[in-house]
Design a protein around this ligand. Structure first.
Ligand SMILES: Cc1cc2nc3c(=O)[nH]c(=O)nc-3n(C[C@H](O)[C@H](O)[C@H](O)COP(=O)(O)O)c2cc1C
Length: 187
């Protein structure tokens, strides 16, 4: 029951309201162990993670900057800075990468869903450990240059950038829709 209530309380924290300390390496490994326990047709574990902290965030910031300049060559300096500052907002970013495996039985969509479930487990586990988190994508997640710089192969896709840290804001409970609006019965 406690776990269920904790899941009802899950919420995202804006990336700019995530500060040090972030999960340390052993806490991150525990969080990622829960990610690896996500449902997974065929036990392919079709995903991997990239942990980015410290100077790594500055490398990602430069990559985001170059990607935006390629997509929008006319971009003004203020917008460019805002985009480059994004990876610097939180102390830790976990990039969740779907690693799609050719399989006659398990289509890509199922593998992407497994990777999404792994990403969600990262949110739940980080919240359970008292950390805040948010799952972000945006154009950079689907940018070939960004994917290349992060070392993704042709069969890999970015599922999300999960920003992690200690919340500096109290987030009010978020409204949860009425279950009855999303449920029908066949009995
Ligand atoms: C696949 C995926 C991608 C998302 N990308 C973004 C994003 O780029 N920017 C954003 O503001 N929220 C994004 N979100 C939504 C946030 O992660 C978050 O769920 C939302 O702000 C609502 O907050 P809550 O999780 O507390 O309900 C994304 C969510 C998912 C599942």
């Amino acid at each position: 029951m406690n776990e269920l209530l904790q899941h009802l309380d899950r919420h995202s924290t804006p990336a700019k309201a995530l500060d040090e300390p972030a999960p340390d390496d052993s806490q991150l490994k525990l969080i990622l162990k829960t990610a690896l326990s996500a449902p997974d047709h065929g036990r392919l574990h079709p995903y991997r993670f990239i942990s980015i902290r410290g100077q790594g965030r500055h490398r990602l910031s430069e990559i985001f900057g170059r990607a935006i300049q390629q997509r929008e060559p006319e971009v003004d300096a203020a917008y460019l800075k805002k985009q480059k500052d994004k990876p610097l907002r939180s102390p830790l970013i976990v990039v969740v990468v779907a690693h799609l495996i050719e399989s006659p039985k398990i289509p890509e969509i199922e593998q992407m869903l497994s990777a999404g479930a792994a990403a969600h487990n990262i949110l739940l586990a980080s919240n359970a450990l008292g950390f805040g988190s948010i799952w972000l994508t945006g154009a950079n997640a689907y940018d070939r240059y960004v994917c290349g710089e992060l070392g993704l192969a042709d069969n890999e896709r970015i599922i999300g950038f999960i920003y992690l840290g200690t919340p500096t804001l109290d987030i009010p409970p978020r409204p949860i829709p009425e279950v009855s609006n999303h449920l029908s019965y066949w009995e």
